[in-house]
Ligand binder design. Structure first.
Ligand code: SF4
Ligand code: SF4
Ligand code: SF4
Length: 804
């Protein structure tokens, strides 16, 4: 028989024939190559509810769930309401802890569903446009989907490969959602395990979303030199027709941008966005596209403010973090609202199948306040044309909710300083005092509220004098708003494998003091400058800052004395002293993915289907801490909880105690601080680090101290520990005015002590803790409970120990 090099053949009716196969080709060969590339499959590919329970319970063993219920009643089913006060159980048998854990789980699974549904929508849309065979392109990396690979064991190569990943997430979501039903799960700890899995799936769903859009929509791919883009309410030119896009799913907006480009409108009109769609608009790029022209108006807190300003001539919205009263608010100022995603339809007429001209006429005449438009080709034409048609009409009428000078005087004069607004305000802003000063002609206090106010409108709801308080604040801040122009680095996407290789050792040894990931919403406890202050403090200290979403925008709003933002002062690589913006909310998956990559690429751990081992490595060796200072959404609960399962601690702002559950270790209980040494399976003591998985802080100053402390890891070498202790102690003295009282627990050797304070601290160790010091050599002779061994391999998993 002649040699067959490619193709296939079939042989029938063979008897007593020997067949020798030299080389397997085609699918079998590809499968063999893929297995080699992915490494051996770990023990938990495609985990279900029970699969990772052992790992969750290992974490809960150290980081005890702490529940903070908002009330002691449950009204979940028609048996209720049930009083769960004290140790009472409800009619269904659930207790207070179980109910609080169920509430927390509900938030996590809602957040996960939100990102996953976003991922599914985007994936279907992009596959329809580009086909399943389109190769995934995330830049120059081999590990292109670290969350997907870690959780499922698969490495997707094409867009079509993402479909079974989404199917898996959706199946698990259904299984878990069923457990919220009354009379299902009863144990708090098992709801907590489900919360952890929901968090993990959230990162998978986010990764699918961003891979699809980065691959197909021309977004930057692991690019540290992405351009700076404009951010702020003052960046929009109100003299031009203005389109404002709100939400998280950029699919529809890309058609609007295409239409603007094709019709030479990018200089003639403005397109700006709020929240994550805004970020993704600045990342979108067709091959022939001009420099970025889309502007970021700002974070969620600016939503109502920009509408009330009257600047938008049309609002287009997609999904997530969109106010429920936009149609009503828009109608007051003749701003049409176009809903482009079936998740938010607002009761508007669905005009998807109608002619664009007819829709424009109906909107212009006021017959409809807006419409649903799910056909993206039509959406692309409809929205810019509405903006151009409505702009002259609206300009002629001077439509704005911001009062004139005369109206302002009258409104301020109506205030009786009853204080109801202050009580209702989630930020406890002193509106009555600011109103009183304004009556005397001093609007400074009112102006100052603009930056702190999160635009929730609760104050207006309770004001008996019907004062549109938000409008009054915005009137006072008109000048500040017009000057509100910042810069933010556009989302760069993933951190590349090469960057991980270069920085991994510094992170694991601690010589890069830590990775601080600032993510999330605009619900800050004391204004958006908080996140800037935190970011600046850690950048000056050479930490590696990773940011995304609304926080990334708000950080770009503030400048130093030379008029420069942090993005202009610090570069965007994955290196100490850099600030890199991964992108919108779904790009948060690249932050967790980066930590997995440190374990996989730098430390050579097997990534595929191996969650517990990778998370164990991150928990004990990678000094990364997340901060969601303005966490407001259910998505933030899911993101933070996913990080926890991955071994990454997270700090949340004080409002986040309303999530009702924290994971905090007892740092005084030495029995909690033991791990195995992977070399021999023997128990070894570790310092109480990190001392929580998820907690809240009260002020940004306190947050700085908590973040620095929780970058400490058992694996730090002496130099790394000394650097981390230096920053922690300095921040504590700077912001809290005291030395941390438990600093000595982190000292294993005199070389761990900050150089500038070594002698002083040795004296304290001797006098206050009874440690023995050799003063001639300035060495510790005895005292530390923890021995330092640079080659020790701390692990929480007995199965990873050589002699286990
Ligand atoms: S779910 Fe249980 S505790 Fe809640 S109202 Fe129903 S019976 Fe009562
Ligand atoms: S609720 Fe209205 S009247 Fe009362 S203090 Fe506030 S703004 Fe003034
Ligand atoms: S709109 Fe602003 S001032 Fe009014 S309650 Fe909300 S945060 Fe407070």
């Amino acid at each position: 028989m002649s040699k067959l090099t490619t193709g296939s053949f079939s042989i029938e009716d063979l008897e007593s024939v020997q067949i020798t196969i030299n080389n397997i080709v085609g699918a079998a060969k590809e499968a063999a190559e893929e297995a080699k590339e992915l490494g051996p499959m770990g023990p938990t590919p495609f985990p279900g509810i029970a699969t990772l329970r052992d790992w969750s319970f290992t974490l809960f063993d150290r980081y005890e769930p702490v529940y903070t219920p908002m009330c002691d009643q449950c009204c979940y089913c028609t048996f209720g309401p049930c009083n769960l006060e004290g140790n009472k159980r409800g009619a269904c048998g659930i207790d207070m802890k179980g109910q609080a854990a169920r509430e927390f789980f509900l938030r996590c699974i809602t957040g996960c569903a939100c990102h996953s549904a976003h991922g599914r929508h985007l994936l279907n849309h992009i596959i329809e446009l580009f086909g399943e065979e389109m190769p995934i392109n995330m830049g120059a990396s081999n590990v292109i989907a670290p969350n997907i690979q870690l959780v499922t064991g698969r490495q997707p190569k094409t867009l079509g490969d993402l479909k079974p990943i989404m199917e898996y997430v959706e199946e698990e979501l259904g299984q878990m959602l069923a457990t919220i039903h009354a009379g299902q799960e009863g144990a708090a700890i098992d709801y907590d395990n489900k919360s952890m899995l929901a968090g993990v799936l959230d990162h998978v769903g986010m990764e699918v979303s961003d891979i699809a859009q980065v691959t197909a929509l021309g977004f930057p791919k692991s690019d540290p030199d992405v351009p700076l883009v404009q951010v702020g309410m003052g960046t929009i030119d109100p003299k031009k027709p203005v389109i404002i896009a709100i939400g998280h799913n950029v699919a529809g907006v890309t058609y609007i941008m295409d239409y603007m480009e094709d019709n030479d409108l990018t200089d003639k009109m403005e397109i700006g966005g709020l929240c994550c769609t805004a970020f993704d608009m600045t990342r979108y790029k067709r091959e022939d596209r001009q420099a970025p022209y889309a502007k970021i108006v700002g974070s969620l807190a600016k939503e109502l403010k920009i509408v009330r300003s009257g600047i938008p001539d049309v609002i287009v919205l997609d999904e997530q973090c969109v106010r429920a009263d936009l149609v009503q608010e828009g109608q007051k100022l003749k701003i049409p609202v176009i809903a482009s995603n079936d998740k938010i339809m607002y009761g508007l007429p669905d005009r998807t199948n109608d002619d664009v001209d007819a829709i424009i006429e109906d909107i212009k005449s006021g017959a409809i306040p807006g419409c649903v438009m799910l056909d993206y080709e039509k959406l692309g034409e409809l929205v810019p044309r509405i903006a151009m048609e409505m702009a002259p009409i609206r300009d002629a009428e001077g439509l704005t909710a911001i009062p004139s000078d005369e109206e302002m005087k009258a409104l301020v004069g109506k205030c009786v300083e009853c204080g109801e607004c202050k009580i209702a305000c989630p930020e406890e802003l002193d509106i009555p005092e600011a109103m009183a000063a304004a009556k005397e002609g001093d609007i400074n206090a009112l102006e100052a509220l603009h930056d702190i106010c999160v635009g929730c409108r609760r104050c207006e709801q309770v004001c008996n004098k019907d004062i549109p308080i938000l409008n009054v604040i915005e009137k006072a801040a008109m000048k500040a708003i017009s000057e509100e122009k910042g810069l933010v680095r556009a989302g760069r996407g993933q951190v590349s494998d090469a960057e991980i290789r270069a920085e991994g050792l510094n992170l694991v040894m601690g010589t890069t003091p830590g990775v601080i990931a600032i993510i999330g919403c605009a619900n800050y406890p004391a204004g958006s400058k908080d996140v800037y202050n935190i970011a600046e403090e850690f950048l000056k200290r050479n930490y590696l800052l990773v940011v995304s979403g609304c926080s990334a925008m708000d950080i770009g709003m503030y400048k130093d004395e030379d008029g420069k933002t942090l993005y202009e002062r610090y570069p965007g690589r994955f290196e100490k002293g850099n600030i890199l913006n991964t992108g919108s909310c779904v790009s948060n998956s690249h932050i967790s993915g980066t930590v997995h990559k440190v374990a996989a690429i730098f430390a050579g751990r097997n990534l595929s289907g191996n969650l517990a081992e990778i998370a164990d490595y991150s928990l004990t060796r990678v000094g990364a801490v997340g901060l969601a200072w303005g966490a407001y959404s259910q998505k933030a609960a899911a993101i933070g909880t996913g990080c926890n399962m991955y071994g990454i601690p997270a700090v949340l702002g004080p409002h986040s105690s309303k999530y009702r559950r924290a994971l905090i270790a007892k740092n005084y209980d030495e029995s909690r601080w033991k791990v195995y040494d992977g070399r021999n399976g023997q128990e070894m003591a570790i310092p109480p680090a990190p001392e929580f998985l998820i907690t809240t802080a009260e002020t940004w100053q306190e947050t700085c101290v908590i973040l620095a402390k929780n970058c400490i890891r058992p694996s730090d070498n002496n130099m790394g520990r000394s650097i981390k202790l230096t920053h922690w102690m300095e921040l504590s003295e700077k912001y809290l005015g005291i030395m941390p009282e438990d600093w000595w627990k982190y000292v294993r050797h005199e070389a761990d002590l900050p150089l500038s304070k070594r002698e002083e601290l040795l004296k304290k160790l001797e006098a206050e803790h009874g440690w023995e010091i050799d003063w001639k050599k300035k060495k510790i002779i005895s005292g530390p409970a923890i021995k330092f061994d640079v080659s020790a391999q701390p692990t929480n998993l007995k199965r990873l120990c050589k002699e286990a």
